[in-house]
Design a protein around this ligand. Structure first.
Ligand SMILES: [Zn+2]
Length: 378
């Protein structure tokens, strides 16, 4: 069977590589950072701007791929409503880019942990992992639902997602090996079922499906997961669950061990990792795709990515500092406003400040990748 995602190697150096990926008529040069639009919006951002060099950037690549979340959008506004709207690209006005949809393995875990935090209103969330899938109740109205490896694929197709993820089981970092192993085996059975469902039904169409390597921080389990799931890496493969509940050294150990073992001729996606230092480390291990909410979430909290580390705009020393957020950045935030202005917006809790700092952070991560690519390409 034919690969739907075309990849051309542009450059390699040790484990690191630059690819050109072509999917559904859109060309992407990896490594890429993919901003997270969980609920069909990157909070406060007009998505067009992410591709408009007049407003956003001139010296780095524009954003080509963004994320959305299957679990959130399935419940609200409802996957069928998005389908009726003309699918997700049209619904959120992201017509010239690709959409990657996460399954909801991670949400199961985070809901299980937090039960009912501030963003989950109205109803207590009940979650039960079974061999068939995940039974859960809606935090919005208490209604009962089941996600299976099969219907999670169908739901992502309802969104018209370009890159889809299989339903997996996330294991907390500090979990005992026996439990992580059991959850990894379940992840493998779910990947098998997802592809058994996907291949005969959707394989000739535009969609691609990535399996997710699990195994927690146990390297032998990661190896086993790579060995099993590589058979499904037809268009790409992801490394799941390295970033939450893990210390940085452990994360790096898992990434450095796992990434080079993944099939060399397929895109490799490291999930939920996206701070400047993480990116710098992981591209050298051969990772091609990243996503993380930190760029925009930090932005909303007034935290600015910079070469000197994370900068808190609330600091009093910025109240009359009329220089840009960071020197040599040509994002809209840095070319039009000063630190003093952002300090003021932050203090007044004005939405624009958080949105524009989030934008700067996205550009900052993209600049790291762009500069690295330029250096690699010589
Ligand atoms: Zn900037």
């Amino acid at each position: 069977m034919k690969n739907k995602l075309q990849f051309t190697v542009l450059k390699t150096r040790w484990n690191a590589r630059i690819w050109e990926i072509n999917l559904n008529g859109i060309k992407v040069q990896t490594p890429i950072f993919m901003p997270v639009g969980t609920k069909a919006t990157i909070k406060g951002m007009i998505l067009d701007l992410l591709q408009d060099e007049k407003y956003i950037w001139q010296h780095i690549e524009s954003i080509k791929v963004i994320l959305a979340n299957t679990f959130h959008l399935y419940l609200r506004p409802w996957s069928q409503l998005i389908k009726q709207a003309g699918w997700l690209h049209k619904f959120e006005n992201w017509n010239d880019g690709l959409i990657l949809t996460d399954s909801w393995g991670f949400q199961v875990f985070s809901l299980g942990l937090s039960k009912l935090d501030s963003q989950w209103h109205s109803h207590k969330v009940n979650i039960k992992l079974t061999e068939d899938g995940v039974k859960f109740s809606s935090p919005w109205d208490g209604s009962k639902h089941v996600f299976t490896p099969e219907n999670v694929v169908d739901t992502q197709i309802d969104f018209w997602s370009d890159i889809m993820m299989v339903l997996d089981v996330c294991s907390p970092g500090a979990e005992k090996k026996e439990i992580v192993n059991r959850q990894m085996q379940m992840t493998h059975r779910r990947a098998q079922r997802a592809f058994d469902h996907f291949l005969p039904k959707y394989d000739e169409a535009r969609w691609v499906l990535f399996p997710i390597v699990q195994g927690g921080s146990y390297l032998d389990l990661r190896q086993e997961s790579v060995d099993f799931l590589s058979q499904f890496a037809r268009d790409g493969i992801a490394i799941g669950w390295v970033s939450v509940g893990e210390d940085k050294e452990k994360v790096q150990e898992v990434v450095a061990f796992t990434a080079p073992k993944l099939p060399k001729d397929k895109p490799r996606y490291l999930m939920w990792v996206g701070t400047p230092e993480d990116l710098r480390f992981a591209i050298e291990q051969g990772i091609d795709m990243f996503d993380c909410v930190s760029a925009t979430r930090y932005g909303r909290h007034g935290v600015v990515f910079s070469d000197e580390g994370n900068m808190k705009i609330s600091n009093a020393k910025y109240s009359s500092d009329f220089s840009p957020l960071t020197p040599n950045c040509d994002c809209y935030a840095c070319t039009h406003f000063s630190k003093a202005y952002f300090h003021h917006l932050h203090r007044e809790k004005e939405v624009l400040g958080g949105v524009l700092i989030g934008l700067h952070n996205i550009v900052y991560l993209n600049r790291i990748l762009s500069e690295w690519k330029r250096e690699m390409m010589g």
